[in-house]
Design a protein around this ligand. Structure first.
Ligand code: C2E
Ligand code: MG
Ligand code: MG
Ligand code: MG
Length: 291
């Protein structure tokens, strides 16, 4: 009868729900073990000033080398860990590791590069982030202005006043803030003007379609113009072709990162890669010349 069918249906739904929860719990358990066993590492992707082709910074991207499953990209585990207590611990690990690497870079002569770190949305509800950053900056004795945090627009949607006050506290100590994946969230332009940020990163989906799509070119062009007029810097992500580079130069985009310039470089390959690159002269002699 109808009632028992509904009952069965409900149980199936319930089991599916359970499986999802189990997956999250299992992921958290495995990730905790992974952190203890040093299975996480960072890959650094270079960021260039487009006009001069000068290396200006790196974005730290998290990688998980799993003993059985191989290399797991962040998109496969970070969304599941989002809003767990462990995600905050993992963010802390990333920040710590990134500041250690920044100190190494400075020691080795990359005196003015910045290091950008992605932080999960949970950290803009939890008020402990500014104090934690302060500790790391002091521990490594690095200029806070060479550290940048990347956060997505979703952070701002949840609780704008709270997120804004945490961002302000971070900027008050001199650490930079970048809005990541700009254009993909539900953000309105009106809040941009009051946002305590230094950089806007145009999402790679807009850059990807620039050659083919007039609309995407218009979006990129006007975003750059608007962000510049507010006195912030613009970074294009997902730069893959010389044509995109040329267009972004024309539009006066400040910085760029992407496979055209370099793939993210694993920590263990960092120093040999940088040595090789710099022996050749500038970072990338083969890139288009601006202007
Ligand atoms: P994101 O911060 O927007 O990072 C950019 C992503 O684009 C990276 O993927 C990068 O490897 C990739 N990418 C860079 N250049 C190109 C290009 O030219 N073409 C294409 N198609 N892709 C390019 P990845 O490393 O898989 O990271 C994915 C996302 O995971 C990141 O997006 C970020 O939201 C998140 N994530 C990465 N590391 C961390 C972390 O340490 N903590 C947190 N909370 N999130 C992280
Ligand atoms: Mg990012
Ligand atoms: Mg992004
Ligand atoms: Mg992204």
């Amino acid at each position: 009868d109808v009632k028992s069918k509904q009952g069965a249906g409900y149980r199936v739904y319930d089991a599916a729900m359970n499986q999802k929860v189990m997956h999250k719990v299992e992921m958290e358990r495995e990730a905790r073990i992974a952190l203890n066993e040093n299975q996480f590492f960072l890959a650094l992707q270079p960021q260039l000033e487009l006009k001069t082709r000068k290396l200006v910074g790196f974005e730290a991207l998290l990688r998980w080398q799993h003993p059985e499953r191989g290399l797991i990209p962040p998109g496969d585990f970070i969304p599941l860990l989002e809003n767990t207590a462990f995600m905050l611990e993992l963010d802390h690990w990333v920040i710590k590791r990134a500041t250690v690497l920044l100190k190494d870079l400075i020691r080795r002569g990359f005196t003015d590069v910045k290091m950008a770190v992605n932080v999960s949305s949970g950290h803009f509800i939890d008020a402990s982030l500014p104090a934690f950053l302060q500790e790391q900056v002091i521990a490594q004795d690095i200029p806070p202005s060479q550290l940048a945090l990347e956060l997505t627009e979703t952070v701002l949607v949840a609780d704008l006043p709270r997120a804004t006050s945490i961002m302000k506290a971070i900027r008050d100590m001199g650490v930079m803030i970048a809005i990541d994946d700009f254009g993909t969230g539900y953000s309105s332009l009106s809040y941009l003007k009051s946002l305590p940020a230094d950089f806007i990163k145009i999402d790679q989906s807009f850059i990807a379609e620039m050659a083919e799509s007039m609309d995407d070119r218009s979006i990129v062009y006007s975003t750059i113009a608007m962000v510049r007029s507010m006195g912030l810097e613009v970074i294009a992500e997902g730069l893959e072709t010389a044509h995109q580079y040329e267009l972004l130069c024309q539009y006066e985009c400040h910085q760029g990162q992407g496979y055209l310039i370099s793939r993210p470089i694993s920590e263990h390959a960092l120093w040999t890669t940088l040595d090789d690159k710099l022996h050749q002269g500038t970072w990338a002699d083969d890139l288009p010349v601006c202007g």
